[in-house]
Design a protein around this ligand. Structure first.
Ligand code: NAP
Ligand code: ZN
Ligand code: ZN
Length: 349
């Protein structure tokens, strides 16, 4: 076992605190990664605060992980020491179900092994990336292209793939009108990726406070959802709407913005139900869909796509001691556009 430095939530109501955790010995198929940066995803906050259900404490979260390989197991064939790598939201899956066999481990029918709060192969509860090291099966490790700086690459492992996957699946591209609801960590990546795919991109934010950034990220238009006129003006307009908002919204209002056969995809994950009226769907044969992260192969495709198109996350790097403050700022909507923890600032073991 390897004892490593980390930041953990002691309970649903207390701030995260420095601690140490044990990482398993490097098995034949495992890769030991020295983590350089870890992004703060809104899911980390939902999780540690118990908003998605009870979890065991203390819990280390973080599933936007980048770093260097420092050791490989005897049977590892895809990675070597010194390589730039990443780990996202999952570290394992059953590998046998229909979806795993089809290469879609993120939709494993037994539930993929999440990078934190999951039950690992050795029966322990997985601990995430707010930490100096992690041991992961090579099949769940990604290559991080040299063209993307480490800190800007970290959020791609969740925010990047979670938005790339539905945009690719529903074929965002030239001639398609795409709207992104909420421009935070996921939303700003959705704008950059949809624009790089060639779609016409509209941002739907609560206000126009982030207008200049939206344009810089590639948006063609930006509307405030606090204005009722927005919903009249944009009625029946979009082919695809990606909702990244972490709080419940009236889905019927957003569905009414879809044209014939348009799709509204939920990626934001508020714990509350999102009621939908059948008549809103009937009106122009609209669909209400969901999407979660992406497969390992698709995550690699997304990283390579971002490198090729010169895009990555817009980040603010913080020392570990500012994690709790960063959580409050994310909740206040004060994030431009992802906080990323520099793990060199974690206390020495
Ligand atoms: P974030 O950085 O906090 O961004 C959320 C954005 O939603 C905010 O920037 C804001 O955009 C908008 N927003 C926040 N509160 C709102 C409210 N009360 N009403 C309307 N708009 C509001 O969060 P994130 O890290 O991008 O995560 C977003 C959600 O996706 C979370 O629920 C997270 O758990 C979920 N998620 C899902 C997956 C998946 O696999 N499906 C993966 C990762 C994350 P504006 O200021 O532009 O309005
Ligand atoms: Zn996430
Ligand atoms: Zn499976």
């Amino acid at each position: 076992m390897l004892t490593v430095s980390a930041y953990a939530a002691p309970s649903a109501t207390e701030p995260l605190v420095p601690t140490t955790i044990e990482r398993r010995d490097v098995g034949p198929k495992d890769v030991l990664i020295a983590i350089r940066y870890a992004g703060i995803c809104h899911s980390d906050i939902h999780t540690v605060r118990g908003e998605w259900g009870d979890i065991a404490y203390p819990q280390v979260v973080g599933h936007e992980i980048v770093g260097e390989v420092t050791e490989v197991g005897a049977e590892v064939s895809k990675f070597e020491v010194g390589q730039r790598v990443g780990v996202g939201c999952m570290v394992g899956s059953c590998r046998e179900c229909e979806n795993c066999r089809a290469g879609m481990e993120n939709y494993c029918l037994k539930g993929n092994i999440q990078t934190y709060t999951g039950v690992d192969v050795d029966g322990s509860i997985t601990q995430g990336g707010y930490s100096t090291h992690i041991v992961v099966d090579e099949d769940f490790v990604l290559r991080v292209p040299e063209a993307i700086p480490y800190e800007a690459a970290a959020p791609l492992l969740c925010a990047g793939i979670t938005t790339y996957s539905p945009l690719a699946h529903w074929k965002a591209g030239p001639g398609k009108r795409v709207a992104v609801v909420g421009m935070g960590g996921l939303g700003h990546m959705a704008v950059k990726i949809a624009a790089a795919m060639g779609a016409e991109v509209t941002v739907l934010s609560r206000t126009l406070a982030k207008h200049e950034d939206a344009v810089a990220f590639g948006a063609d238009a930006h509307y405030a959802t606090s204005e009722d006129a927005t919903f009249d003006e944009l009625a029946n307009r979009f082919d695809l709407i990606v909702n990244t908002v972490s709080a419940p919204l009236d889905m019927n209002r957003y569905l009414s913005l879809l044209r014939l056969d348009g799709v509204l995809v939920a990626v934001g994950a508020p714990p509350e139900p999102l009621p939908v009226t059948a008549f809103t769907l009937f009106a122009t044969r609209r669909s209400f869909a969901g999407s979660t992260i992406g497969s390992i192969a698709e995550t690699q495709e997304m990283l390579d796509f971002c490198a090729e198109h010169g895009i990555a996350s817009t980040v603010e790097v913080i020392p570990a001691e500012q994690i709790n403050e960063a959580y409050e700022r994310v909740l206040a909507g004060d994030v431009r556009y992802r906080y990323v923890i520099d793990t060199a600032t974690l206390p020495a073991v």
